[in-house]
Design a protein around this ligand. Sequence first.
Ligand code: GDP
Ligand code: IMO
Ligand code: MG
Length: 428
Amino acid sequence: MPAAVLIGAQWGDEGKGKATDLLGSRLDYVVKFNGGNNAGHTVVIGDEKYALHLLPSGILTPGVTPVIGNGVVVDVEVLFEELEGLEARGVDVSKLRISANAHLITQYHRTLDKVTERFLGKRQIGTTGRGIGPAYADKINRVGIRMQDLFDENILRQKVEGALDQKNHLLVKIYNRRAISVDEIVDEMLAYVDRLRPMVTDTALLLHQALERNETVLFEGGQATMLDVDHGTYPFVTSSNATSGGAITGSGIAPNKIDRVIAVIKAYTTRVGAGPFPTELFDEWGDFLTEQGHEFGTTTGRKRRTGWYDAPIARYSARINGVTDFVLTKLDVLTGIERIPVAVAYDVDGQRFDEVPVSQSDFHHAKPIYEEFPGWTEDISGAREFSDLPANAQSYVRELEAMSGSRISAIGVGPGRDEIVTLHDLLG
Ligand code: GDP
Ligand code: IMO
Ligand code: MG
């Protein structure tokens, strides 16, 4: 089973990092295909906790070749900070390969991200401020700088000039900031060239050849389905395709090569940043989920918004991504709740919707229609087999499975690497 895509089914932070790490020893390649250092993946190995942003989580597994695909936007300063941080902790990062077609995030993207958010005022997205949106905007506008441009100083200078031309007018005249000089950017970039040279390659070819040799490749998504620029809650989304389709365009591997689509989904829901969230809780249950689930952002430290499980979103994700297997995470967080509400459909101005409404206004008005399921009080963190779970936890999982559009193949019962119940082999 050589190629699998792993994505988030909700609004991010479902535990994708842990799920990737779990499969680590069976993988030859882990490919990040979208986003950049807006992602924050926590992996807990024994007493060690790692927070990965730009690097694929597979980098923590010896033997795995981590790949940054063409669909990613790379902030080289952050890249080397993260690599050095891992090296200092004894992680071998020498195998990392980066697509020559990946776009760069520079100082002007970070600046523009922050100033545009400020100008949006009440309409702001609540971005991570890492320059993600402006870097993708340049890519689409055909004024982006790619990894391969770094290796020809003349080309690099021309491209930076082209990109800064318009931006400096914007920065100075509209946003009241200082102009950025071409030299400043070019010098910053050139400082990394020698170290980047051995890493940058044709990763699409590399991965194609790996699949031809029947090696196992996991495509690890950043962000999640509801943050996807096409299929998420636009405009409250990130600027890339976080759904399974993004794995294709973001890596250069064809759709008929993909054997499995694994979606990671929490046993409840969280969201960071602005935008609609039908099951959001504003009462003590919201605080309960935040505290029990330690729901604070891995990247920005922001408190995550929390709410109950939303089955229409799970079904939507199953459909948009072609999910073959769900990994249900954080079931342990629900321990101690007497009756657990689950949204089974929405009420939109008196009309029932069983699916996520296509109209943004309808989704903003969607009120969850809840069903309640009996909870459990036993500590479940030691469960390794489905039968180890209390009867009510088992039926909660089965109920979610029945309404979510695909089978649940693994269940997270704690943050640790081994805190997992496996029902079906995710790569078998
Ligand atoms: P990602 O962005 O999808 O990789 O997820 P994050 O790492 O941002 O957030 C998930 C958080 O939940 C991390 O702190 C994980 O250590 C933690 N986590 C993952 N799975 C479980 C689980 O099954 N139970 C509990 N209690 N924590 C989990
Ligand atoms: P992982 O991979 C949760 C959210 C931001 C904001 C919106 C746009 O850890 O699941 P951006 O900086 O991408 O332009 O911000 O997307 N966002 C995330 N929320 N988890 C993430 O990544 C996110 N990456 C971006 O909060 O609302
Ligand atoms: Mg995260």
